[in-house]
Design a binder for this molecule. Sequence first.
Ligand SMILES: [Zn+2]
Length: 238
Amino acid sequence: MKKTLILCVAVTSLAVGLSLAAENPYAGKFFASGDPKKAEFALTFDDGPGHITEALLALLEKRGAKAAFFIPGSSARAYPARVKKIAEAGHLVASHTDTHKNWFKIGNAGNRETVLEAELARASEAIQKAGGQRPTVLRMPNGYDRPWVRAVARRLNYTLVNWTYGSDWLKQPEEKMTAEYLKALKPGAILLLHDGGGKVKEKNLRLVAALLDEAGKRGLKPVRLDDLLGLGAPGAKR
Ligand SMILES: [Zn+2]
């Protein structure tokens, strides 16, 4: 009797493990760029929704561009209606943990796995409650990347994605910022910008418009991050 019970438990956990793996074959994998041979790039926005998100969605819609939004659970709780709009517009809704902790400071703590697991669960819950899909793509705050983070991501069904270029958080003249982003606009590029996280970021709307203008001239197509990387994200709206 006891033996049968143990076997049942083992079979059940194996089935759960398999179904998670089947949902995201790229769980635990890490990307920082797409294929440089394809004339595509991806726009990604972190820390929002924020003040510019609605205007940004209107701009992307007007230009027929899809993007990825890395949303902290705390932002999803603050602006659930904006998360819903992002998801309904067909953009990729991705996780940016729950409270944007500085993992460079706390990443050596003994309970780091437990803390990260709780952060991911809370963020996922907040995003889904707001109307987004269950996120399967994760960007750690500040791009923190360590083997233990990849192990947690693999276990919890997340693909990790950083970026090829981003500098909108630096203090610099807008013209310089725009010029640097345009320089980084290349096949396979994953560009990081922010639509949330404190300061109002109207300049980023102008930056996105400039990037899309230039992409059009160079024949580069803005695609969703999961399309750029060929992830085939489950439950994704196209
Ligand atoms: Zn961030």
